[in-house]
Write a protein that binds this ligand. Structure first.
Ligand code: 13P
Length: 336
């Protein structure tokens, strides 16, 4: 795959309903996922699991990009092929998570994502290994006095600074301002917090002269807090998310790829499909799911070689369902 500009890379990733497989769990997060199926989180087990995902038939035509963790982008499959080459041979583009995680802001409950120091050097190495896009995740919480304007400004400024450095290194920055679902807040609280983040983020990107046509936005959907007993329905989530995006996201952004953030696999697909059925926006509205794509595959695998095909079928199915949802062509009856 040859691309002559950042906008071509970004547009390819979300072309024809394709989306992103987020497989960039840090080792501690991967250990949590493996604990849930009783599998030891060794370097080889993490490699075997990711290899089986990337070799799934359903990668082709449905997954335009894969986000990797530092360990994974350097790994070879058991037969010696690099995982990067396996991803590329599936018609998918390798990407890399480049932030260094969260640091608490003073004695508050808020955080600032770290990783700007030494970023330029790290990017040069990832580019050589084959990464064509990158991810940086900022985390924003809703609660008493949160999100604070300070936390929003500091995180959105860091996202814009990161995006500029990435583009200077000829890769597409994926900017991820994640407003967490955790809490008992209402969908309107989420709408307000997400609006403040997106408003500030695009002002910062403009200020740093980041090329929007060569950028991908990875936001949360606008939902009720996960502990709220009054959960907004699919239509409300879809409409409020679109309204929020339309107010702040420039028309020339090629793709919005949502995180799943703890939604069930079916909810994440149903919400995406409902938005694309409503339509009326310029950007592609697609997915960059971690848990919502991988959970059924992880459960099918259980760390056993003999389950590899079942696990691959599970991933292929979710990849296809989400591709259809990105085109507004999904229906619950397709899940059986
Ligand atoms: P989830 O879809 O599991 O939220 O993961 C996506 C991701 O990359 C979070 O940073």
């Amino acid at each position: 795959m040859n691309f002559s500009s950042l906008s071509e890379i970004a547009s390819y990733i979300v072309s024809d309903g394709k989306g992103i497989l987020a497989a960039d769990e840090s080792n501690p997060t991967c250990t949590k996922r493996f604990d849930s199926i009783g599998v030891e989180s060794t370097e080889d087990n993490r490699r075997d699991y990711r290899e089986l995902l990337f070799r799934s038939e359903g990668m082709k035509g449905n997954i335009g990009g894969v986000i990797l963790f530092d360990e994974t982008i350097r790994q070879n499959a058991a037969d010696g092929t690099s995982l990067v080459d396996i991803i590329t041979s599936q018609g998918s583009i390798p990407g890399i998570k480049v932030d260094k995680g969260l640091q608490q802001i003073g004695d508050t409950e808020e955080s600032l994502t770290q990783g700007l120091e030494g970023l330029d050097e790290r990017l040069k190495e990832y580019y050589e290994i084959g990464a064509k896009f990158t991810k940086w995740r900022a985390v924003i919480s809703i609660g008493e006095g949160m999100p604070s304007s300070e936390a929003i400004s500091a995180n959105m400024e860091a996202l814009a600074e990161y995006a500029k450095i990435v583009q200077n290194n000829n890769m597409v920055p994926m900017v991820e301002p994640e407003v967490l679902m955790d809490g008992n807040h209402s969908i309107d609280d989420c709408f307000e917090a997400t609006s403040r983040c997106l408003d500030t983020l695009f002002a910062c990107l403009l200020d740093k002269e980041v090329d929007i046509k060569g950028t991908i936005l990875k936001p949360n959907m606008v939902t009720s807090g996960s502990n709220n007993s009054d959960q907004a329905n699919v239509e409300e989530v879809a409409q409020k998310t679109i309204d929020c995006l339309k107010a702040y996201v420039p028309d020339n952004l090629p793709g919005v790829t949502f995180l799943s953030g703890g939604q069930s696999d079916i909810d994440a697909t149903a919400h995406l499909d409902a938005m694309n059925k409503i339509g009326g926006f310029n950007w592609k509205l697609s997915f960059s799911y971690g848990r919502a794509l991988q959970q059924p595959a992880l459960k099918a695998w259980m760390g056993k070689k003999e389950n590899a095909i079942l696990a691959q079928q599970a991933l292929s199915h979710r990849a296809l369902m989400n591709k259809l949802a990105s085109e507004g062509k999904w229906d619950i009856s397709l899940e059986n």
